[in-house]
Design a protein around this ligand. Structure first.
Ligand SMILES: N[C@@H](CCC(=O)N[C@@H](CS)C(=O)NCC(=O)O)C(=O)O
Length: 230
């Protein structure tokens, strides 16, 4: 049993887990709250949702998230939270993963917004186009622009990490979780990290944090497309 499966079992052991996460396992956005739950040692129930197969567009799913996207976090009382980085903030409240100081908290939020506006739309989307669309898809034409914008984001991160080990303050926290999710698999989007030494060192530090779990491997079909992509 993998540790992620063990996490599910921990949740199941508690009867009705306090938290249910609906997600697609090899999605970086879905992995972010799951990784934090693992690192916090909190029980949760994981429900697989085949988002590339359209499972986020059913009436049942849209009742939970009208925006039709995973991850979705549901509490035992049925209350729902969407947006992966909002989940990180909520889950990290009162823990070392979110600074208590207002300025440092705002710095963490700043990097979460950067991730969603300047990083994920290019690095995650390039990965999606290469791995989850057919080889002949017209979406492949988007790749040069996605890669140019993705490299711009990586350069911002490299510059920041040249001067400090983590994204906010002296310790690993939710900004590191948010930004590492897709950076760790940037090669899937066609990004070569060879020119980003500080970033590669940071990824190694992230992978060495207690309870860290890498993003689960994509399906065989997506893995084959990624291996064959230009
Ligand atoms: N900003 C959202 C993005 C979520 C997102 O893009 N989810 C994708 C999977 S990574 C999805 O559910 N796509 C299915 C769809 O749009 O139908 C977050 O961070 O939670």
């Amino acid at each position: 049993m993998s540790t992620l499966e063990a996490g599910e079992a921990r949740g199941a052991d508690t009867g009705r887990a306090a938290i249910t996460l609906y997600g697609y396992a090899s999605s970086g956005n879905c992995h972010k709250p799951r990784l934090l739950l693992e690192q916090l040692g909190r029980p949760y129930r994981w429900v697989d949702v085949d988002s590339p197969g359209g499972a986020t567009r059913t009436a049942e799913f849209l009742a939970r998230n009208p925006n039709g996207k995973v991850p979705v976090l549901e509490r035992a009382d049925g209350a729902v939270l969407v947006e992966s980085n909002a989940m990180l903030v909520w889950l990290a409240e009162g823990t070392p993963y979110l600074p208590a100081d207002a300025w440092q908290r705002a710095q963490a939020l700043s990097w979460l917004f950067f991730e969603q506006y300047s990083h994920e739309p290019y690095i995650a989307v390039a990965r999606f186009v290469r791995g989850w669309t057919p080889a002949g898809s017209s979406r492949r034409a988007e790749l040069p622009a996605l890669q140019a914008r993705g490299h711009a984001a990586l350069a911002v991160m490299e510059r920041h990490l040249g001067a400090q080990p983590w994204f906010t303050g002296p310790a690993y926290g939710i900004a590191d979780i948010a930004l590492s999710a897709y950076t760790a698999v940037a090669a899937d989007g066609g990004f070569d990290l060879a020119g980003y030494p500080a970033l590669r060192d940071w990824l190694a530090r992230v992978a060495a944090t207690p309870g860290y779990r890498p993003l689960p491997a994509p399906t065989a079909e997506a893995a084959a497309r990624l291996a064959a992509a230009d």
